[in-house]
Design a protein around this ligand. Structure first.
Ligand code: OAD
Length: 250
């Protein structure tokens, strides 16, 4: 059984902090829970998660975009306004600081761009980036800055005139190879893996965590709720990321 703690259990945070400080190579994998304290809903939390209120089939598939691009684009526009309003939180900043202290590979399922906004670089984005548009016609991409005012309608590509789409990974689509490869390479050399704010339910991202718990690396999970891997990790911190991550630095 992993060491398990609550925010008041400083022993567990102290142990995780020691492992992070000792790490020769750290792999950090993040999910929607990291941005929850920026006021951005997660996907699967009961009541508040996006998928408790919206249907992924209507909003996050290529078929949905083909069927009704305005509806899909508008949902992403609304999410962009939430992200711009929320901005980075103490958890994003703490992760950027961790990566300055030790050799780190940062892999995220989040599309919000908040790791980069907090100063992390590079960020390996498994599910794309909501601030980037991609033209399915000519393939060109355009990364916009994080801003409250964004297009409410799908824009047309300035090069070829085709309707652009958000450069995110929808259900049924393939993950970007370079991000997956970066995660795979990091798994081979990481001696410590920190998994933050993900339900570990969406594959292939969850397979990275499955592989980490089978490896010899020390795996730390930071999540207020249990996930399918919680019983297999080496240290489980049951706290909010915005509180526990800064504590791990101290
Ligand atoms: P989920 O919504 O599935 O899981 C979020 C996790 O964050 C849950 O396990 C929560 O317990 C945890 N959590 C909530 N608040 C937290 C906090 N303050 N600090 C730390 N953890 C907290 O989100 P993901 O696992 O990221 O994909 O979801 C994976 C993918 O499923 C997303 O990238 C998205 C979604 O469908 C696509 O859209 C392709």
């Amino acid at each position: 059984m992993p060491a398990e703690c609550t925010p008041s259990n400083s022993e567990c945070i102290a142990q995780a902090a020691r492992w992070l400080a000792e790490a020769d190579h750290l792999l950090i994998l993040t999910g929607a829970g990291l941005s929850a304290e920026s006021g951005i809903p997660t996907f699967r939390d009961a009541q508040t998660g996006f998928w408790a209120r919206f249907s992924p089939q209507d909003l996050a598939t290529p078929e949905a975009f083909a069927d009704n691009p305005e509806r899909v684009w508008n949902w992403y526009h609304w999410r962009r306004t939430l992200i711009a309003r929320g901005g980075v939180n103490a958890g994003h900043r703490a992760i950027a600081e961790l990566a300055r202290r030790s050799p780190t590979t940062l892999v995220t399922q989040n599309v919000d761009g908040l790791h980069a906004a907090a100063g992390s670089n590079p960020v390996h984005e498994l599910h794309g980036n909501i601030w980037r548009e991609r033209c399915p016609g000519c393939g060109c991409v355009d990364l916009r800055p994080i801003a409250e005012s964004t297009d409410e309608e799908p824009p047309c590509c300035t090069a070829c005139g085709h309707m652009a789409r958000p450069d995110v990974v929808w259900f049924g689509e393939t993950l970007p190879g370079p991000a997956l490869e970066a995660a795979q390479q990091a798994l081979e050399r990481a001696d410590c893996v920190l998994v933050v704010g993900t339900s570990n339910r969406v594959y292939p991202a969850a397979a990275i965590v499955d592989a980490a718990v089978r490896s010899s690396a020390r795996v730390i999970e930071l999540n207020p709720a249990a996930t399918p891997v919680s019983s297999q990790v080496d240290c489980r911190i049951t706290a909010a990321a915005g509180t526990a991550l800064p504590a791990l630095l101290r």
